[in-house]
Design a protein around this ligand. Structure first.
Ligand code: MN
Length: 237
């Protein structure tokens, strides 16, 4: 049996091919998945779980059903918020049969203490983004947003996405990557030798020395051009 990790699918009804790739992936792992961790930005934006009770939620139902099938099949589903889908809530989790994770979550990955997270909080050089994040994660801001009519929320989410795209294009590449000191601090705080995250869309395995130990940081890739996933299995099987 395997534990799977995905992030940054950025599912969007405008790009049905990515949804199809996701459905194919979920079908493929069905037989050997004991856990699936979705480490954020599953959706390109998320305006509230109540969308699912309206016709606007219809393009997403195939994905929800596929996740639900997987959880019914005995695979435990975990979801960590990304910077795009931070409004996913308990109603969504119930629909897929999954569990919402805290911002930092430590698991025992077949014997290796592993910290999992979306990864945006590691990008501390991007002060502009961190300021925006503080606003968007504010409970009052979120409540006010969720109280707005759906069409208005969609419009505002699309505006935010456009602004983010424009700013991203202006920023230097290294500013949008993780800050190594932050990575080391967070790994030491949680006492792990392995970190798995997404967000930066720079898939890689980084190995470095930390407090006399060789540690690993694995970065998941996005699904813009192809599917990206990571799996671990116990050494025994
Ligand atoms: Mn992200």
């Amino acid at each position: 049996m395997k534990t799977w990790f995905i992030s940054d699918l950025h599912l969007d009804p405008q790009r049905p091919e990515t949804t199809q790739q996701c459905l194919t992936f979920l079908e493929q792992i069905k037989e050997d998945a004991e856990a699936l961790y979705i480490l954020g930005d599953l959706f390109d934006y998320w305006i509230g779980d109540d969308l699912l009770n309206t016709p606007l939620g219809e393009p997403i139902l195939s994905i929800i059903d596929a996740f639900k099938l997987l959880s019914n099949n005995g695979c435990t589903l975990y979801f960590a918020h990304g910077n795009r889908d931070f409004l996913i809530g308990e109603a969504f989790m119930q629909r897929i049969g999954g569990q919402l994770l805290d911002e930092h979550h430590v698991i025992d990955l077949y014997g290796t203490p592993t910290l999992i997270m979306h990864g945006d909080t590691l990008c501390t050089d991007d002060t502009d983004y961190q300021q925006l994040r503080t606003l968007l994660r504010n409970t009052e801001w979120q409540q006010a947003f969720l109280a707005k009519p759906l069409p208005q929320r969609i419009q505002e989410a699309q505006q935010l996405r456009a602004i983010s795209k424009e700013k991203t294009e202006q920023k230097q590449e290294n500013i949008m990557d993780v800050n190594q000191q932050q990575v080391e601090a967070v790994m030491q705080t949680f006492g792990v030798s392995q970190l798995i995250h997404g967000h930066t869309h720079r898939p890689a395995t980084h190995t470095f020395e930390l407090a006399g130990q060789t540690v690993t940081r694995i970065v998941l890739g996005d699904w813009y051009k192809q599917s990206h996933y990571l799996s671990f299995s116990s050494r025994v099987d």
